[in-house]
Design a protein around this ligand. Structure first.
Ligand code: WTA
Length: 661
């Protein structure tokens, strides 16, 4: 990620509604008090959830960094999202408005509106068959590989109801990536769909799932949601359609929500790191729901009358926290859209806002930049004036994109921020909090840390940086929502996050604080690539490449992209006997897409005969990256062969000249 130092540190925008506006000095005072007694502070929030049994202590700190929040306490995420609401007047309130992708001149072909009562009954019926027919219990893990349909959150809630753990694999991942994640979590059951729509074509999920299950023998049964209606092969000893297995389960079925320990796992979600296989982040129940409860209220200012739309996919953590558990726990009406935001025309997203009268929008810088490229006439075709609050997430937002969206949709007055967090953090940690108090907005900032979070920017030695000095982002106190561990690899959890700055959580992001104490996240300090806000590890791409018989070695790095923020390119050394040619180039592109998934489309492949390496033969991606983005390559004392740098540079520049990229 290139660092843009021309950030508008001093440009301030005040929201129109100034009721809860604080000066930055007042904010720092409140914030300091919250982090001084952060345990008590978070316990106050946790008390607002509904517990079956109160906790024994707020935080178990006996074995850092394996902190446990609210140990001894018992609750259930499905109960929190459903039972609480159906007991009250929210039974007939719409919980999920779903819009499918296919559309014609009369409007979307499929819109479903499910009330809290509907979702409650359906989740109970699904939980019933999962338990009675499939023997799903606490301690089991089930895999989910689904398109954005209402069954997706309902199956997550059904698993949670039984106290079982679930693991979601984004539907853009390939069968290899799916198999790897199913094996890592020992998933015994996989829930998928016949297919899903994406940009007008059908993604044949069942076919991909079949291939994955062949290589993941832990999976004994497969449940298929019929959505598209395409022909699928069913193995009668293993597969069943969801509608068939729940057909005879009465509407009134009630499955008692399992009493789950606060510190027990709710889900495992894999995320990319720099080296090694994807890391299965294990999230707990009590701490996680506490953070979501707080941030739904503070960051999104959730109110009962709101229609709330998060444009992410549930396959990523944003969808877990802010499409499913956050909004449903708060009893909101959450909108779910199946397809591409600019399909079939660039105004699809704006038409959705108008059609469903959306009040709160949570989207990504990549989406905003794409809207911007299409031009403002598309937005102006629709009435988006129902929007009263917006946030973005996933990557830094460039000030131009911020200002464009703020002007056209935010009418230069609604609260609009860039919420910083990670799969690891479970929920938002650095953000404006218009539901609680507001400080002035600045285009591109993340704002100050939320209450109860002690974040800082530090230098190599872990010392606080002065304002406007770039450093590394750390979180200095345990927070509810933090991971329990990395699945099956606690040592790695310790090493990746807690070793570089002992006692602090190392996020892996570069950041600066400005004179007001606002944080500006500047991109990853490691080799993680953020493509359209989606996190890709160099490992996944490179290990796919080197599986190809022609490839001896490969290094992948991210290069800046106007729309997607970053896209991956690869430098490849071929095995002897192979020479580079357009057919091989095409084949390798396809090969990576097939093995990792369509999220992993390489922008370019450069063929080289050597790569910069350390004397211990580790590829120095940092050097490759510097060459590609035209930055000084920095300290190369550990570089084994300097000529390799020239070789990379030449390959890059030659191709640039040839094809003008
Ligand atoms: C980046 C996504 C700047 C950051 C929720 C982080 C951001 C990584 C922002 C985590 C933001 C996320 N501004 N950068 N508002 N939000 N990031 O795990 O580099 O997919 O470390 O979680 O996204 O990505 P992940």
């Amino acid at each position: 990620m290139s660092v843009n130092w021309a950030l508008p540190f001093d440009e301030k925008i005040l929201p129109e509604d100034k009721r809860n506006l604080l000066s930055i000095e007042e904010y720092h005072k409140v914030h300091r008090a919250s982090i001084t007694s952060y345990q008590q502070f978070w316990a106050g929030l946790a008390r607002e959830l509904e517990w079956f049994k109160p906790w024994n202590s707020i935080l178990d700190e006996s074995s850092p960094p394996f902190y446990k929040w609210f140990p001894g306490g018992q609750l259930n995420a499905s109960h929190m999202c459903l039972d609480r609401h159906v007991r009250t007047g929210r039974r007939n309130k719409v919980a999920i408005i779903w819009e499918g992708e296919p559309i014609d001149q009369d409007g979307p072909k499929q819109v479903r509106k499910l009330t809290y009562g509907d979702v409650f009954h359906e989740v109970n019926r699904i939980a019933h068959v999962l338990r009675e027919k499939y023997g799903v219990r606490k301690g089991d893990t089930i895999g989910l590989y689904l398109p954005m349909i209402p069954e997706f959150p309902m199956i997550m809630l059904a698993a949670a109801r039984l106290g079982a753990c679930f693991t979601v694999i984004f539907s853009g991942f390939s069968s290899d990536s799916l198999a790897e994640r199913l094996i890592d979590t020992d998933a015994k059951l996989l829930v998928t769909a016949d297919g899903g729509y994406r940009r007008g074509s059908v993604i044949k999920l069942k076919e991909i799932a079949d291939k994955a299950v062949e290589n993941a023998p832990c999976v004994k049964k497969v449940i298929v949601v019929k959505h598209v209606g395409n022909e699928v092969e069913m193995d009668s000893s293993r597969d069943a359609f969801l509608h068939d297995i729940i057909r005879d389960v009465p509407q009134s079925t009630f499955v008692e929500p399992e009493k789950v320990g606060s510190e027990e796992p709710l889900y495992i979600l894999h995320t990319s790191g720099t080296t090694g296989r994807p890391k299965g982040q294990v999230h707990d129940v009590g701490g996680y729901l506490t953070l979501l409860h707080a941030t739904m209220r503070w960051v999104f200012d959730a109110r009962d009358s709101d229609v709330y739309w998060c444009t992410a996919d549930i396959g990523w953590v944003t969808g877990h926290s802010y499409i499913v558990f956050g909004p449903l726990m708060e009893g909101l009406t959450a909108l779910m859209y199946e397809g591409a935001l600019d399909y079939p025309e660039p105004d699809r997203w704006a038409s959705i806002i108008e059609r469903h009268r959306v009040n709160i929008l949570y989207t990504s810088p990549t989406a905003i930049r794409a809207f911007m490229r299409h031009g403002e006439q598309w937005v102006k075709k629709h009435d988006t004036s129902t929007i009263r609050l917006m946030h973005s997430v996933g990557e830094p937002i460039n000030p131009e994109a911020y200002r464009w969206m703020m002007r056209l949709v935010g009418r230069d007055k609604v609260p609009f921020g860039s919420t910083w967090w990670m799969t690891e953090t479970g929920g938002i940690l650095v953000s404006h909090t218009p539901g609680l108090y507001m400080v002035a907005m600045k285009p591109g900032t993340n704002g100050p840390p939320i209450l109860g979070i002690d974040a800082d920017v530090v230098n190599d030695r872990g010392e606080s940086q002065k304002p406007l000095e770039r450093g590394f982002l750390v979180i200095k106190n345990p927070w509810p929502g933090m991971p329990l561990t990395i699945h099956k690899d606690p040592e790695r959890y310790k090493e990746v996050y807690w070793t570089r700055f002992p006692g602090n959580f190392y996020a892996g992001d570069y950041a600066v604080k400005d004179d007001d104490g606002y944080f500006w996240m500047l991109g990853r300090a490691d080799e993680i690539i953020k493509v359209a806000g989606h996190r890709l590890g160099t490992y996944e791409l490179e290990s796919a490449l080197i599986q190809h018989p022609a490839v001896a070695e490969a290094a992948t790095v991210g290069v800046p992209d106007e729309i997607k923020g970053e896209v991956p390119v690869a430098f490849v050394i071929l095995r002897s006997g192979y020479t580079s040619n357009p057919a091989l180039d095409r084949e390798l592109h396809e090969w990576v897409r097939e093995r990792v998934g369509h999220v992993a489309s390489l922008k370019q492949i450069y063929f080289v005969s050597k790569l910069p390496k350390t004397r211990s033969a580790k590829i120095m991606r940092r050097v490759v990256h510097a060459v590609v983005i035209g930055k000084p390559i920095g300290d190369v004392t550990t570089l084994e062969d300097e000529a390799s740098v020239e070789e990379v540079r030449r390959a890059y520049l030659d191709l640039k000249k040839e094809i003008g990229v």
